[in-house]
Design a protein around this ligand. Structure first.
Ligand code: FAD
Length: 405
């Protein structure tokens, strides 16, 4: 601003595609950009292009409510999400880019006996896995989050809550930008406004490259990280994935002074809330009940969410909402992600993060890069390969992801 926005150095070049790459990554969200960064930094693979049909970070990375936590039930998930939280803690230093990771704690409210029992089970399972999570009484919940109503006359009275203190939020755009800058500095090409229209295969079935809006690009390996559109892209290589795509919505209020010190989630009433550094209340809603690629979502869901929020936090009754938006999330039958090789040689996929993949960005990118570089899963993502849908070793996190996130 001092120089009238002139003479600013570019964070990364606006690259045009070369004829050929060692690795082409489809999707410049946090996961794709992060994978490119770790491929270059940890595996020395720098002849890489990350291609996006829009602008980088314009998918779910730039649309999510940024909740980060690792209090998932099963051992496999705890390892994966906690690996991510470990990476989040040092990510700003790692990228020399402030991703504004804020360990403000995530409190999950219990409103009925089932919630109490299920959260207790989660707390015990988490502790066995070295993941912090503890039980708070209603008064302790109120002390942790003063705007919360703990009136026992409420429609959904608070019976306690599970608190993960290491959990929190981060700045979504900064994550994409930080990884993009770090990857580009190591030689990765980031190509925006270039839709991948098909994955091409050699006569022997292995991957040959991608057709794009800017022509054919040859690639030794292709890795798809296209979130809600993954099944569409993968279909062009004749790979059918166990995914359904739904719109998921969020909204923010007008900005107010700091009032909300943590993140609060309520699976029973179907809403969660935090406050951004700009002062807006960031409110997450649920998915539409039908599959769709419309990036808008239905209004009844927003009404339902706002009703729930004002029920738990009556003091927000007269707040005005500023804007709402949606993103397309890709959901697997067991609500766990897929980081995997595929039946097509040299084609890899990272998807199925559904409503909760932002928190996993560093861990997913890190293990996906390993999988691409070594053509074998990292021990942490080994349980998350496609084979589980054949063997039946599913990782059923539907309870942990009930509202989502
Ligand atoms: P994206 O950021 O979506 O990147 C995929 C990219 O692929 C996009 O940029 C897209 O343009 C590109 N692409 C698609 N098709 C093509 C093509 N044919 N050619 C080229 N490029 C293509 N997760 C949490 O952990 N916590 C939360 O609080 C949370 N809240 C959410 C709230 C909302 C409203 C939404 C929508 C999601 C939320 N999520 C949350 C989920 C989270 O946002 C995603 O799981 C995560 O961001 C996925 O990252 P990604 O990099 O895989 O995908």
């Amino acid at each position: 601003a001092v120089s009238s926005n002139k003479n600013w150095t570019e964070q990364w070049p606006d690259s045009q595609p070369k004829d050929e790459y060692d690795v082409v990554i489809v999707g410049a969200g946090g996961h794709g950009l992060g994978a490119a960064y770790y491929l270059a930094k940890e595996h020395g693979i720098t002849n890489v292009a990350v291609i996006d049909k829009g602008w980088l970070g314009g998918g779910n990375t730039g649309r999510n409510t940024t909740i980060i936590r690792s209090n998932y039930l099963y051992d496999e998930s705890a390892k994966l999400y906690d690996h991510s939280v470990d990476l989040w803690e040092n990510l700003s230093q790692e990228l020399n880019y402030n991703v504004m990771y804020s360990r403000r704690g995530v409190l999950m409210l219990a409103h009925n006996v089932h919630d109490v029992q299920s959260f207790s089970r989660h707390i015990h399972a988490n502790r066995l896995n070295g993941v912090d999570n503890r039980w708070l009484t209603p008064q302790e919940c109120k002390d942790y989050c003063p705007p919360l109503s703990i009136s026992q006359h409420a429609r959904y009275p608070v019976m306690g809550g599970a608190l993960q203190e290491r959990a929190g939020t981060a700045r979504h755009d900064a994550v994409a930008w930080g990884y993009a800058r770090g990857a580009a500095a190591r030689g990765v090409d980031i190509i925006q406004n270039c839709a991948v229209t098909a994955i091409r295969r050699h006569p022997d079935g292995s991957v040959a490259g991608v057709e794009t809006a800017k022509g054919f690009i040859k690639a030794k390996k292709v890795a798809v990280s296209a979130a809600g559109h993954t099944s569409v892209v993968m279909q062009t290589a004749d790979v059918r994935l166990p995914l359904e795509s739904y719109p998921l919505q969020a909204l923010v209020s007008e900005p107010v002074k700091p009032i909300f010190p943590c993140v609060v989630m309520s699976n029973a009433v179907h809403a969660y809330i935090s406050q951004s550094d700009k002062g807006e209340l960031v409110i997450g809603s649920g998915t539409d009940q039908y599959t769709s690629y419309s990036q808008r979502g239905g209004l009844p869901l927003i009404e339902h969410t706002v009703a729930a929020i004002t029920e738990i936090f009556p003091m927000f009754n007269r707040m005005r909402m500023l804007r709402k938006w949606g993103g397309i999330v890709d959901v697997t039958p067991d609500r766990s992600a897929i980081i995997s090789k595929t039946p097509v040689p040299n084609l890899y996929v990272n998807c199925g993060w559904g409503t909760g993949g932002f928190k996993a960005t560093p861990g997913a990118a890190h293990t996906f890069a390993w999988t691409i570089a070594k053509d074998t899963p990292h021990p942490i993502n080994a349980p998350f390969t496609l084979e589980r849908f054949q063997t039946g070793r599913l990782i059923d996190e539907a309870a942990a992801a009930a509202v989502a996130h």
